[in-house]
Design a protein around this ligand. Structure first.
Ligand code: NAD
Length: 302
């Protein structure tokens, strides 16, 4: 059965270029009513233009689809949701995708670059999601896809601002997944790699041709679909690879005994064991925690 988005209203932020543009075109081709949001600024977030969003909307309409443009900054998320409600009556799906880069080594990173990158990626996603949340709860339906990055999961030289924002989007989605569960709201995270203006100066042309945004979009559409019941998960996606990333806890080391056991020297002596992911008899098992109570359960196990 084809996965269609008939009668679904989808907001894609940053849909004027790169990944967001492909998502918007693909959602519309499957019947969604799409809000094509894009501020239209530079990669560093300077300036603004309605041009790119208009081009995407025109392309969708020319193909027989339904779309409306919105040129607001994601920090004005309430206006983006308002556009969806005024044009199509509600919102069912949010793809938090808008983003900028202001890379520099942490030593040289001005505070304004740290804050601006957090603002666009994290606070922008917050603003859009916050405005949509009451609709999701009332209609008992919502799908959210946050856009993280391998840089956020693992850290990356020159991207302290970006990596911080991107990992924050993971915690945000993991919490929304829990709070939204009983309202049929599913929130997931992707960490993509794709050809766009963000990567075209970093990767060689032959690699870029292998990682087209079209190879990311199918997962985003699946996660946004009613059939998807997975929530709170992180996926890496690039060039035809789709995989889930989980938190893994080592089997660790349980300290028992009197207070003298609880010293930095005792930690030093057992540090290799604390960081050991192999299974050890009579110890906590290596595990894949997904909630705070998983942490407490260690204490019961020990
Ligand atoms: P892109 O620059 O082509 O797309 C980002 C879009 O967001 C642009 O059209 C831009 O105008 C828009 N935008 C920027 N600030 C905005 C704001 N304040 N309000 C509204 N729109 C705004 O880059 P892309 O590679 O398609 O990036 C899409 C998302 O994927 C970003 O969140 C990015 O961090 C993430 N990502 C991309 C890659 C990659 O390899 N391309 C890797 C990891 C994560």
């Amino acid at each position: 059965m084809p996965l269609d988005f008939k009668d679904k209203v989808v907001i894609v932020t940053g849909a004027g270029s790169g990944l967001g543009k492909v998502y918007a075109l693909d959602f519309a081709a499957r019947g969604a009513k799409v809000v094509v949001n894009d501020l239209g600024g530079s990669l560093k977030g300077d300036g603004a233009s309605s041009k790119n969003a208009d081009i995407v909307v025109a392309e969708i309409k020319a193909a027989g689809g339904q779309a409306v443009a919105n040129y607001d900054n994601v920090l004005d998320g309430a206006n983006i949701v308002k556009t969806a409600v005024e044009a199509f009556g509600t919102v069912h799906v949010i793809i938090n995708n808008a983003g900028i880069l202001r890379d520099s080594a942490f030593k040289n990173m001005p505070e304004k670059d740290f804050k601006l990158v957090l603002d666009v990626h994290l606070n922008g996603a917050y603003k859009v999601t916050k405005a949509a949340w009451p609709y999701f709860r009332d209609q008992k339906y919502g799908r959210i896809v946050n856009t993280a990055s391998p840089a956020g999961l693992y850290g990356n030289f020159g991207q302290a601002n970006y990596a911080t924002a991107k990992l924050a989007l993971v915690g945000f989605a993991e919490t929304l997944a829990k709070e939204g569960a009983k309202y049929n709201i599913r929130a997931n995270v992707i960490a993509p790699l794709a050809k766009s203006r963000m990567t075209e100066d970093l990767l060689p042309p032959d690699v870029l041709e292998k990682i087209l945004p079209e190879k990311v979009s199918p997962l985003v559409q699946y996660l946004a679909h009613a059939d998807n019941q997975t929530s709170g998960a992180i996926f890496e996606v690039a060039g035809g690879f789709f995989g889930q990333v989980k938190w893994q806890r080592s089997s660790g080391q349980i300290f028992r005994g009197d207070e003298e056991t609880f010293t930095p020297e005792a930690i030093l002596n057992q540090f290799d064991s604390i960081m050991d992911f192999g299974e050890k008899p009579f110890n906590v098992k290596t595990s894949y925690p997904t909630q705070v109570s998983d942490y407490l359960s260690i204490l019961e196990e020990s």
